[in-house]
Design a protein around this ligand. Structure first.
Ligand code: GAL
Length: 992
């Protein structure tokens, strides 16, 4: 039998078989999931004798990873380790270290008495990481690998009546680890289910299902080939189909699409078995370089999904899978790339049922070879051909019956070489109906779509236009230019981000050649741990004491590990919405675009509201807005609306596309509790935000300083007290706790934003008061703010004035002028106000502005002008790795209610940077400083410090996607420029 460190095919296994949904077959099966005996050995050579029953050993749950056996409290069998690209062991394929944790699993089983008379018995392993050897009754019967692929072993001839001993030896590292170098935790063991299956005589050994749809005639055609019996019949009762296997039947059908996932029960009957599959009729094609489903161009608005659960790792429960699928549907995801391996088969059943286009990816990644210039890469080594072809063959045979799969992917980041062609040939031979995808070879010689990851929006646009840089080989270039283009990864959702999603989406929509893309990635892979005092947190690379790891790079999902939506998910939903309502250039109409490929908008009601601050002024519905797929129409607010006179808060006309009822295809993801589902919204400001009314009061000089309404200053102009609250600090700020995107260089610059900011000392800004005097009745304080070592700084004029004589309320106008040589980005420009406020986290905040979630200048599609409330605590986004978060933009009014019931009210006029003015300001509130936020490794490191930190910003820098991809685009980049902010601060008792 081959060892774990040889490049060889599995032995003792049978050809891969399609996986019908659980319960679809009437052939018997017995689950072998549950407690198994388990013992971990330090090396592959010290495992136990397969005949050893392990009666004294520990027990472990199968399926599961041994490293997570006691999570989150104990780690009895080693700990998870995270590395992205580079191998955590010396690169000398096929060898792996002697120190090779090896799990020995034991359990007994009985073959049900009736089986012996008829047919055969198989053991089926859905997934074992990484190499394993199976013994029955002490004798080795098979060795296998392909961690995320199924293995079937015919055990008919080795089982005995009554009890049988099943022994499985699993090594953590093997030759196959070289081709399973995906960016994720290294986690081992029998992590998917094990079953004992009966295959009666003349049963369905394998079925190939082709269910096409001709959109010109509405005809579906079905051909099911069956291996294992010559007498198979195929019936579809709903369609009156009853044919022999291998014959093609046709009928008028409703097609399958992700929008309308119509399935039909297809029953395959052989003398020994009846299997009921769920088939969807649909045709995938590429015509004139355009990707089509059922003849219609389809944009993939997708996400990359790794399998992950914060307690169970890649051993994901059906409930989690359903949760993922429903969350995707509710957030307008229409496609999923199963990065970077075939998912648990049940996930594909769910994609069929609920409607998601799938790129099913083979279990292959050899990214670590990049470090040595790809020398020795298995993808280009004939010695590996059989193994790689075996993998892709098993993928296609297991999954091809799923209508949801629209592309096969050969793997991820495995370089190029001879085995790409060999794998493609294998896929095409098994399934000529779907295009083949592989990103790792940009020549696209062997595949059907041109695929890239993290191409900038500029490059994507050139590709859309068909004028991208040519390949050196003219023939290959001409071929590639005929292909549709896919961004198999883009918009890296690490921490706070991505920014720029709207820009990509607009480009995808503009060019037929662009078939869309898949955001990286769906889930943050933070594993649940507990601190000594029991506080749970999401652990990333290094949190298990690994010496070699890639830190926070594993925390890059649209949903947090427990599936709490990150703000990026909400943003994505607004960008991906199948019906978009976007203001036209002149801001007077909304362009309603039906981006469904197959659905009109008759299931939606278009409801509008006219509102200003807390007040709803009018509501109604727009009739006659049934748009065909692809149709668009501009709509204007009804004439004659009664508008308030303009003040500092805009009057919004907000239009929403709302679904009130769900038919059976929409019902599973429709939120019954809410009774309606807002598909999309868009708004127009019908009255512009204008400046605050002029303040008229006069500041007072006192013996030791100044008073302006309820604001008290020392003689240098330092603010000491505001409405009776001690002020710890007021100064200009231009820094933020860097996001993961700020920390990295991105694809086009040498220095990260964080480094640029550090060089300018933005993280250590200090303010010097230059002068303080009363001019024209206002207290005018001039100050200079700068960091260490640089001559660059900001000169600021703070103008304070009571709103009226005798009033406690004060107006503050701040004019900031950069001095020196500023070229590159800055993080923010505005004022930081720090109040002494124990219990700041419980301060309640109501505001008028954009919300309800955080937004940034390049991540703002989901932000809607309105009235919202939160507490300071709930304004914070608990990113797995703490960083800048929580900014609310366009804030024209905010009321803070303190523990004692008192209030501080803030009204903001338009603010401006570089002469560009926008309504209100950008407000962030925290119970800790940005420095503490920057230094925290995990959310639980952040402890309220007894102060309320308020940022009143004219603007913040955008987010970009530089953690992996392009940085902040010019449309969201903040550079030093003259800026102005004006606010009115008032104190109101509760219940005024
Ligand atoms: C890509 C890779 C993904 C992931 C991502 C960064 O290059 O395909 O697996 O590593 O970068 O998060």
């Amino acid at each position: 039998m081959p060892r774990h460190d040889t490049v060889s095919l599995p032995t003792g296994t049978v050809p891969a078989r399609f996986r019908p949904p659980t319960g679809a077959s009437d052939a018997a099966s017995v689950s072998l999931d549950g407690p198994w005996r388990f013992r971990l050995f330090p090396s592959a050579d010290t495992g136990a004798d397969p005949a050893d029953r392990g009666d004294e050993w520990d027990t472990i749950e199968v399926p599961g990873h041994w490293q997570l056996a006691g999570a989150p409290d104990t780690w009895p069998y080693g700990t998870p380790a995270y590395s992205n690209v580079l191998y955590p062991f010396p690169v000398e394929p096929p060898f792996v270290p002697d120190a090779n944790p090896t799990g020995e699993y034991r359990r007994t089983f009985e073959v049900p008495a009736g089986w012996a008379a008829d047919g055969r018995a198989y053991l089926r392993f859905e997934g074992v990481d990484s190499w394993f050897e199976v013994s029955v009754n002490g004798a080795v019967v098979a060795t296998s690998h392909g961690s995320r692929l199924a293995t079937e072993i015919d055990v008919t001839d080795v089982v005995v009546p009554g009890e049988n001993l099943l022994s499985v030896r699993v090594t953590q590292w093997s030759a196959l680890s070289y081709v399973e170098d995906q960016d994720q935790w290294w986690l081992s063991g029998i992590f998917r289910s094990v079953t004992l299956e009966h295959r009666p005589e003349a049963s369905v050994a394998h079925a190939t299902v082709v269910a096409d749809y001709d959109h010109t005639t509405g005809t579906g055609s079905l051909t099911v080939e069956v291996e294992g019996s010559a007498e198979a019949r195929v019936t579809v009762p709903e369609l009156g189909i009853d044919v022999a296997a291998g014959e093609t039947a046709t009928a008028q059908v409703e097609p399958w699409s992700a929008e309308r996932p119509r399935l039909y029960d297809v029953t395959v009957t052989t003398p020994g078995e009846t299997v009921t599959l769920r088939a969807g009729f649909r045709t995938v094609s590429i015509e004139d370089g355009v990707f089509l489903v059922n003849g219609a161009p389809v944009k993939l608005r997708g996400v990359n999904r790794h399998e992950f659960d914060p307690l169970r790792g890649r051993s994901v429960t059906p409930e989690r899978m359903l949760e993922d699928v429903l969350l995707m549907k509710r957030h307008h995801v229409n496609a999923v790339r199963t990065s970077h391996y075939p998912p648990h088969p049940h996930f594909l059943d769910l994609c069929d049922e609920h409607g998601l286009y799938v790129v099913d990816e083979n279990d292959l990644e050899t990214h670590g070879f990049i470090d040595g210039g790809w020398v020795g890469n298995p993808t280009d080594d004939p010695a590996w051909e059989d193994v790689l072809v075996d993998r892709v063959t098993r993928t296609v045979r297991r999954d091809a019956h799923h209508p949801s799969i629209v592309l096969w992917s050969l793997g991820n980041e495995a370089g190029s070489g001879c085995n790409v062609a060999a794998m493609t040939a294998a896929v095409r031979a098994l399934d000529p109906t779907r295009p083949v995808h592989y990103e790792g070879d940009w020549s696209s010689d062997d595949v059907d779509v041109y695929s890239r990851m993290y191409a900038t929006s500029e490059e994507t646009e050139l590709i859309g236009q068909g004028v991208e840089a040519p390949l050196a080989r003219a023939e290959a270039d001409a071929r590639r230019r005929q292909m549709p283009f896919l961004q198999c990864e883009y918009a890296h959702a690490m921490g706070n981000g991505p920014g720029g999603l709207s820009d990509y989406d607009a480009i995808f929509d503009r060019y037929p050649r662009l078939m869309g893309g898949f955001i990286w990635e769906w889930i943050d892979h933070g594993l649940t741990r507990r601190t000594d005092d029991g506080t749970e947190f999401a652990a990333y690379g290094g949190d298990f004491g690994e010496d070699f790891h890639d830190g926070t790079f594993i925390a890059d999902g649209l949903v947090l590990p427990d599936r709490t939506p990150a703000p990026s998910l909400v943003e994505m939903a607004a960008v991906f919405a199948p019906v978009r309502l976007d203001p036209t250039a002149d801001g007077t109409t909304l362009l309603v675009r039906n981006r469904y490929a197959f659905r009109d908008t008759s299931h939606l009601t278009f409801e509008w509201t006219l509102h200003h601050g807390d007040d709803v002024l009018a509501t109604d519905t727009l009739d006659d807005l049934v748009l065909a797929p692809g149709e668009e129409r501009s709509v204007a607010p009804p004439a004659g609306l009664d508008l308030p006179s303009p003040d500092h808060t805009p009057t919004w006309w907000t239009l929403r596309a709302v679904q009130h009822e769900a038919d059976h295809l929409d019902a599973p993801w429709f939120d019954d509790a809410a009774g309606s589902f807002v598909v999309s919204s868009g708004q127009l400001a019908l009255t512009p935000a204008v400046s605050l009314p002029e303040a008229t009061g006069r500041a007072q000089q006192t013996s030791d300083g100044f008073t302006v309404g309820h604001a008290r200053f020392d003689a240098r102009g330092t603010l000491l007290e505001l409405h009776g609250r001690p002020v710890a600090e007021l100064r200009v700020d231009a820094w933020r706790a860097p996001t993961d995107n700020d920390r990295r260089e991105g694809s086009w610059v040498d220095l990260s934003d964080e480094s640029v900011w550090k060089e300018s000392g933005l993280h250590l800004l200090a303010e010097r008061k230059v002068s303080a005097e009363i001019t024209d009745g206002a207290l005018v304080v001039t100050a200079r703010t700068a960091g260490p070592r640089t001559r660059n700084g900001f000169r600021t004029v703070y103008t304070w004035r009571p709103v009226a004589d005798g009033s406690d309320d004060v107006d503050l106008h701040v004019a900031i002028t950069p001095e020196g040589r500023w070229g590159q980005s800055i993080a923010r420009l505005g004022v930081l106000l720090v109040l002494d406020e124990p219990g700041a986290e419980d301060v309640a905040v109501r505001w008028h502005g954009l919300g309800p979630e955080e937004s940034y200048s390049d991540s703002r599609k989901a932000a809607v002008g309105g009235a919202y409330e939160h507490t300071v605590r709930s304004l914070q986004t608990r990113y797995t790795h703490p960083q800048e978060n929580g900014a609310r933009r366009g804030v024209t009014h905010a009321e803070l209610t303190f523990a004692d019931g008192s209030e501080l009210t803030l009204d903001a006029g338009p603010s401006s940077v570089g002469g560009r003015s926008t309504a209100g300001l950008e407000l962030s509130l925290r119970p800790w400083s940005d420095t503490a936020l920057d230094q925290a490794a995990h959310p639980h490191d952040l402890v309220p410090d007894g102060k309320l930190w308020l940022h009143l910003d004219a603007r913040q820098h955008g987010l970009g996607s530089a953690a992996c991809g392009p940085g902040v685009l010019s449309n969201a980049r903040l550079t030093a420029a003259p800026a102005e902010v004006s606010v009115r601060l008032a104190s109101q008792p509760v219940g005024r």
